[in-house]
Design a protein around this ligand. Structure first.
Ligand SMILES: *[C@@H]1O[C@H](CO)[C@@H](O)[C@H](O)[C@H]1NC(C)=O
Ligand SMILES: *[C@@H]1O[C@H](CO)[C@@H](O)[C@H](O)[C@H]1NC(C)=O
Ligand SMILES: *[C@@H]1O[C@H](CO)[C@@H](O)[C@H](O)[C@H]1NC(C)=O
Ligand SMILES: *[C@@H]1O[C@H](CO)[C@@H](O)[C@H](O)[C@H]1NC(C)=O
Ligand SMILES: *[C@@H]1O[C@H](CO)[C@@H](O)[C@H](O)[C@H]1NC(C)=O
Ligand SMILES: *[C@@H]1O[C@H](CO)[C@@H](O)[C@H](O)[C@H]1NC(C)=O
Ligand SMILES: *[C@@H]1O[C@H](CO)[C@@H](O)[C@H](O)[C@H]1NC(C)=O
Length: 634
């Protein structure tokens, strides 16, 4: 109510007063802009970036003999299907398999189907790589062939292939095949199925384990990433990728993210109940993250589990040694010498003898939830031990800066904020008062997650995105101590999500860029190499700017965020003699409460315009707008 009154009064006032600013730019840079400044954070699981199309592909972490264990699976033509664990399993990591019993009276194709992650994107331009394991009881009288298909919701066969059944397969045998759709179906309401001929196999039983179906992947990596999502992430030329989380490190101590369970053969990965209440295959594991980083060219910010689980359990100090060892092995998997470390030797055996780049390791995630054990012993014991083994790594603390003192003193902190657009505008000077004592900061999660009236929003709004831009101008001014920042959460499957708003929404076949995504992209592609001080915006105001320079091309990059209902006119005084006669402005603007919805995802997109820069020039920024001005000046 209070907010509403303030809003109405300010709407009235701003109709009366236009705002103007005079800004003098200093040609001597005060600090470099870190290449890592704008990047991505990740804390998700399956059904998104990881391109696997089948849900519950290996019956991981489900309770046998329950309906829930059959999540995403259905019978085809009356086969009796059940998840069991009373037959010799494919691997010790995968105790469960799918028992398919063909009734004695069966005729026609009969078997099982999988509905994917809320459907399957069937694309006639693609070839799909499929596989599964099967076995039959000894003495079986199975005959003919398996038919693997992609089918539409109306049962039309979109792609199909057959693989002969081996009656002697009494131990697990793998079947691999390709599916090449002939036509594009009307929608993504498609299923994958495996059937046998009912009459030929009446009364017989089959066991299946670990199915998989992959479309082409980003950079054609086997077990890789969904192309469209990976490309959207890559298009901002991100400065880093923070993984595996975030809220992916563990709900319980036993259920913590343990790198060892995420590397090597897929059938040796048990999977785990993730922090967002669904089961993760861990098909996207430590090596998949590292390969993805390499494919996009992103540096990494890797987290280690630091003895705290989100159910508020802290491991006691006398049990910490095993977890410190686990973290050391994880770091060695990434950077260790295969001749000296078995974890590094494992990496080499998986095809990557060279170390991956890694300079920064985050100790836990939001461990301010257990600031007492963090400051009492967890930070000390993890960092004390690990920094002896890895003197080249900087360790990042995840408690609040004003929490109890940590020993050793952290080189870096990760700070998170989810708040209103007003908060982001009012905190554009958040870091200006921080001590310059060598400590660096990572704004590891942030989002304006409310509308101006204080209601939680489902999708990023223009007001929120402009407010984030205002905050980011402050990060650039403080980039001598803020080395990285990432909006959170990053990705949202619109068919099933646990948090909103998110930066990038997607469904089975499409990706939707939010207004906040465009702000990220505008800032990331135009971060420049050095910061140029200029007349400061007003701390209490709502119009903010930042001036940087791209050294190789002598480009000046001016970013403006107008988080106000009034137009702002900004007059810039530049310290240059030679200034190009035209400049390019990239502009994002729209109604304050407007969002890019999946149904209208191009409502607010950046546009470009030209303007005339000069030694002194005036530029007009309309209500609720973000601008990047670029031109050559020397
Ligand atoms: C420009 O910035 C430099 C370095 O920050 C400073 O030494 C100098 O005094 C500034 N010049 C003006 C005119 O403000
Ligand atoms: C089979 O699953 C049940 C239910 O989860 C479990 O109690 C039992 O220990 C499992 N048995 C084997 C052999 O894994
Ligand atoms: C289908 O594949 C083509 C070629 O890779 C691609 O350009 C197109 O975006 C794909 N369509 C969908 C809906 O994924
Ligand atoms: C599919 O198989 C082909 C070889 O037949 C391979 O080149 C490609 O990488 C595979 N794709 C995936 C996603 O595994
Ligand atoms: C290493 O960890 C152990 C076990 O938690 C702890 O007792 C010890 O103090 C740590 N060593 C350093 C140098 O921090
Ligand atoms: C717009 O700016 C004016 C003048 O600084 C200020 O009084 C008003 O509160 C601002 N409006 C918003 C929505 O921030
Ligand atoms: C707050 O603003 C949103 C639009 O961002 C609107 O949908 C909602 O109804 C408003 N709520 C109130 C209480 O005014």
């Amino acid at each position: 109510m209070f907010h509403l009154v303030v809003l109405i009064v300010s709407l009235f006032l701003t109709k009366v007063f236009a705002q103007s600013f005079t800004i003098t730019v200093n040609g001597t840079s005060s600090h470099p802009i870190p290449k890592t400044l704008y990047g991505w954070m990740w804390e998700s699981g399956d059904g998104g970036l990881y391109a696997e199309l089948l849900q519950n592909r290996a019956f991981q972490q489900v309770t046998p003999n329950t309906a829930a264990a059959l999540n995403a699976w259905s019978t085809v033509n009356g086969a009796s299907i059940v998840v069991v664990n009373n037959t010799a399993s494919l691997s010790s990591a995968l105790p469960n398999s799918l028992k398919v019993a063909i009734p004695a009276t069966a005729t026609g194709p009969i078997g099982v189907s999988n509905s994917g992650f809320f459907g399957i994107n069937v694309n006639a331009s693609w070839t799909y790589n499929g596989s599964f394991y099967y076995k039959v009881p000894s003495g079986s009288n199975v005959k003919g062939a398996f038919t693997a298909s992609l089918k539409s919701s109306t049962g039309a066969v979109l792609a199909s292939t057959t693989v002969g059944i081996n009656p002697a397969a009494t131990d697990w045998a793998q079947v691999a095949f390709k599916l090449t759709p002939r036509t594009n179906p009307a929608d993504t309401n498609n299923v994958f199925s495996v059937t046998v001929d009912g009459a030929d196999n009446a009364g017989q039983t089959f066991y299946f384990a670990f199915f998989s179906l992959f479309p082409p992947t980003y950079k054609n990596r086997p077990n890789g990433m969904r192309i469209d999502l990976a490309e959207v992430l890559a298009e901002t030329q991100p400065g880093f990728f923070r993984y595996p989380g975030g809220n992916n490190l563990g709900e319980t101590i036993a259920g913590r993210w343990n790198w060892r369970n995420t590397v090597g053969p897929l059938i040796d990965r048990p999977g785990r109940l993730g922090d967002w209440s669904y089961i993760n295959t861990d098909g996207i594991g430590l090596k998949e993250y590292l390969d993805f980083l390499e494919d996009v060219g992103m540096p990494s910010i890797m987290a280690i589990w630091a003895g705290y689980a989100l159910n508020k359990e802290s491991a006691p100090e006398d049990q910490l040694a095993q977890y410190i060892q686990e973290a050391a092995d994880q770091i060695n998997f990434v950077i260790g010498d295969p001749a000296k470390s078995s974890a590094a030797a494992l990496r080499a055996s998986l095809g990557h003898p060279a170390p991956y780049p890694l300079t920064c390791v985050e100790v836990g995630n939001e461990d301010f939830f257990a600031a007492d054990t963090y400051s009492a012993y967890r930070w000390h014991d993890f960092v004390g031990n690990l920094s002896i083994q890895f003197p080249q790594i900087q360790f990042m603390a995840t408690t609040h800066v004003n929490s109890p003192r940590l020993t050793p003193k952290p080189a870096m902190y990760d700070l998170h904020v989810y708040d209103s657009p007003t908060w982001f505008v009012q905190n554009a000077f958040y870091y200006d008062g921080f001590a310059r004592d060598g400590t660096k900061y990572f704004e590891g999660e942030y989002a304006a997650y409310k509308s101006l009236n204080g209601t939680r929003v489902t999708w990023p709004t223009v007001a929120g995105s402009v407010a984030e831009a205002a905050f980011l101008t402050g990060l650039e001014r403080n980039a001598d101590i803020v080395f990285a920042a990432s909006y959170a959460p990053l990705l949202q499957n619109i068919a099933s999500y646990q948090w909103h708003p998110d930066l990038i929404a997607f469904d089975t076949k499409s990706v939707f860029r939010s207004t906040s995504f465009y702000v990220q992209k505008m800032f990331s592609l135009n971060k420049g190499d050095v910061y140029l001080p200029s007349t400061l915006p007003s701390k209490a105001g709502s119009v903010f700017w930042s001036v940087t320079r791209r050294l190789a091309t002598n480009e000046l990059l001016i970013k403006i965020a107008n988080a106000n209902t009034t137009t702002a006119t900004l007059t810039f005084n530049l310290p240059y003699k030679t200034i190009s006669s035209t400049g390019t402005a990239t502009i994002l603007t729209g109604g304050q409460d407007v969002s890019n919805l999946p149904t209208s995802s191009n409502t607010v997109v950046p546009t470009t315009a030209t303007f005339k820069p000069a030694k002194t020039f005036t530029y007009t920024a309309g209500a609720w707008s973000v601008h990047v001005l670029s031109f050559v000046a020397s």
